[in-house]
Write a protein that binds this ligand. Structure first.
Ligand code: NAD
Ligand code: IPM
Ligand code: MN
Length: 368
């Protein structure tokens, strides 16, 4: 009997989580997966209830669970509280404490949404790229960090971007392995593009050099290329299909994945998996708590629902159940259902729906 801890969090978190849990329960029954669901607190709601954005109890239950499903954290209500208590710190801490160093963010365009993106259809049709983002290191966690007062009385903020060889090696291996698996499935050669700023930052000079060494030692069958992060942002818009697997550090990966999300129509479509060395994972949409639409039944639940599919695939090795969810999502898009973020107003035959109606439509496809 496996256990999943659900952490809905803040803003639209509870709305999208309700839909994802309904879908998860449906596949659990249909495929007799034997999964047990529990829920816990993280983020601003956890701070309000306990004074901590990641209560010890939540962390212990996350360690004990076989997988974690997270909604989103943060919001204006908690933006002014002491830095160490902010909701986002809870998220960073759970990633770090669970050792979830490999964040997989899949930007796959559902063909039904080719007109929902702000990019021309011919540039994005058939898009399927994977961003492998290092998640527990880099500038997000480097020390020293803080805000200090200089001798002249001025304040100075500072962070430190650090990567050790072993941290780069382990994320590099994940990227090369996934590139091989994806290439095999698609019947084409494997390729990885490593994103850095090796022209400016020593830390990414080491990143680039280490990627080259791993490829030469163990992955001669994978083509490795390199690109500076600024150019990569531009190339993602110009010709995103040139990429298959992009591997990069924590901050560049954060930025590039929001950009890649828009290639799929909306940030509301991008799921993610965050894995540790044993393959245990936390699954979450790439978007945030969307305070501007929270509580209005407007949020797109599909990124969270697709994160459930990733959970079944990566942690539970239930490929059939994972594909059933992805197919159900495709089916509701075929039926013309659209939350407002993926609604193309020039297209006829579409129906604007809310978060709940979208989630329940996916559920209906699974149980029919
Ligand atoms: P955001 O992703 O929450 O929202 C950006 C824009 O995208 C907003 O206009 C929002 O309405 C829209 N959007 C996001 N998700 C959507 C969905 N599922 N359906 C439809 N539209 C959606 O980013 P932000 O506004 O920069 O941040 C808001 C808060 O969320 C902040 O507190 C931030 O720290 C936090 N955040 C949390 C996570 C996380 O929990 N993983 C990720 C990013 C941001
Ligand atoms: C994400 C978010 C987080 C990050 C924040 C909320 C800590 O933007 O998951 O992409 O920067 O990693
Ligand atoms: Mn982000």
């Amino acid at each position: 009997m496996a256990t999943i801890l659900t952490l809905a969090g803040d803003g639209i978190g509870p709305e999208i989580m309700t839909q994802a849990v309904d879908v998860l329960n449906a596949v659990n029954n249909k495929f007799e997966l034997g999964l047990t669901l529990e829920s816990g607190l993280i983020g601003g709601v956890a701070f309000d209830a306990t004074g901590e954005p990641l209560p010890e109890e939540t962390l212990e239950r996350a360690r004990a669970a076989d997988a974690v499903l997270l909604g989103a954290v943060g919001g204006p209500k908690w933006d002014a509280i002491e830095r160490s208590k902010r909701p986002e710190r809870g998220l960073l801490k759970i990633r770090s404490e669970l050792g979830l160093f490999a964040n997989l963010r899949v930007a796959k365009l559902y063909p039904q949404l080719v007109n929902a993106s702000s990019i021309k259809p011919e540039i994005i049709s058939g898009l399927d790229l994977l961003i492998v983002r290092e998640l527990t290191g880099g500038i997000y966690f480097g020390e020293p960090r803080g805000i200090r007062t200089l001798e002249n009385g001025e304040q100075q903020g500072y962070n430190t971007m650090v990567y050790s060889t072993s941290e780069i090696q382990r994320i590099g291996k994940v990227a090369f392995e996934l590139a091989k698996t994806r290439a095999q499935a698609a019947g084409r050669p494997a390729k990885v593009c490593s994103i850095d700023k090796a022209n400016v930052l020593e830390v990414t000079e080491l990143w680039k050099q280490t990627m080259i060494e791993i490829q030469q030692a163990d992955y001669n069958d994978v083509a490795l290329s390199h690109m500076y992060a600024d150019n990569a942002c531009m190339q993602l818009i110009k010709d995103p299909k040139q990429f298959d697997v992009m591997v990069t550090g924590n901050m560049f990966g954060d930025i590039l994945s929001d950009e890649a999300a828009m290639l799929t129509g909306s940030i509301g479509m991008l799921p993610s998996a965050s894995l540790d060395e044993a393959g245990k994972g936390m699954y979450e949409p790439c978007h945030g708590s969307a305070p501007d639409i929270a509580g209005q039944d407007k949020a797109n639940p599909l990124a969270t629902i697709l994160s459930v599919a990733m959970m079944l695939r990566y942690t539970f090795k239930k490929e059939e159940a994972a594909q059933a969810i992805e197919q159900a999502v495709s089916d509701v898009l075929d039926d013309g259902l659209r939350t407002i973020d993926i609604l193309d107003r020039s297209e006829t035959g579409l129906k604007q729906v809310g978060c709940q109606e979208m989630g329940q439509a996916v559920l209906a496809k699974l149980v029919q």
